[in-house]
Write a protein that binds this ligand. Structure first.
Ligand SMILES: [Zn+2]
Length: 235
């Protein structure tokens, strides 16, 4: 588990494969219900994570879409969306599930407004990071900060020449280390966040076997990025 500060009022937690009960090929801290793993094992893994972060986690049903959900009241789930913003819900923590896509977390300086965003190619092309930042600015005047967790890097994320071409205007065109067209999701996110400080932590999912990689392994688990309100009792 990797922890770092998003803003003075919020911390980011990124899980890896270790510390859970799931069996191969989901071993061991798989946090996703939709990948074929046992429901009971995922439930146990999720409750271990909630205990570790000291907050109840709000999960999304991610659909590679472009919806941004803003939550202001108690809720079990964010429903079908790929970005969720929590406002003044300190005991809750928004989470994103990934295995190669970018787990992007944002918070305002106070930590009272926090967001979790699932940024794959679809989300990047649809301008999801930019739209989440705009949505957050409608509920807070405080400066925003962002952290991107472990994901497939721009030297591994091979795509067709046509897709790499489309990524060009977004500042996300790249080349694999073996010389073929690629997309650099992080570069594209940085461009869309337009001056919001963005910290990147962790290694490349495709290169690091301690992390889940859908591209490398096919049937596998999902890791989480969680944006937690940072209160003295919790740190
Ligand atoms: Zn890589």
């Amino acid at each position: 588990m990797l922890t770092c500060r998003i803003s003075p009022g919020a911390v980011a937690v990124f899980t890896d494969r270790t510390g859970g009960v799931s069996r191969p090929p989901w071993d061991s801290l798989n946090l996703a219900l939709h990948v074929g793993d046992t429901t009971a094992d995922v439930a146990e893994n999720r409750s271990r994570l909630e205990r570790a972060v000291g907050a109840r986690i709000v999960w999304m049903d991610q659909v590679h879409g472009t919806d941004v959900r803003v939550l202001r009241g108690e809720t079990e789930s964010a429903g079908e969306c790929d970005a969720v913003v929590l406002e003044a819900l300190d005991g809750l923590a928004p989470a994103v599930l990934v295995a190669d896509c970018v787990p992007l977390l944002l918070a305002d300086t106070t930590g009272g407004v926090r967001a979790a965003v699932h940024v794959g190619r679809a989300g990047l092309f649809a301008g999801l990071p930019e739209r989440v930042a705009a949505e957050m600015r409608t509920v807070t005047d405080a400066p925003l900060h962002a952290v991107a967790g472990p994901h497939i890097c721009g030297r591994c994320y091979e795509v067709s020449a046509a897709l790499a071409e489309q990524a060009g205007p977004l500042g996300a065109r790249s080349t694999t280390r073996w010389g073929t067209p690629a997309i650099d999701l992080l570069a594209g996110i940085r461009r869309q966040l337009d001056g919001i400080p963005l910290t990147h932590v962790g290694t490349c999912t495709h290169e690091d076997s301690r992390l889940y990689s859908y591209r490398r392994d096919g049937t596998t688990g999902r890791m989480a990025g969680v944006a937690v309100r940072d209160t003295p009792s919790r740190m």
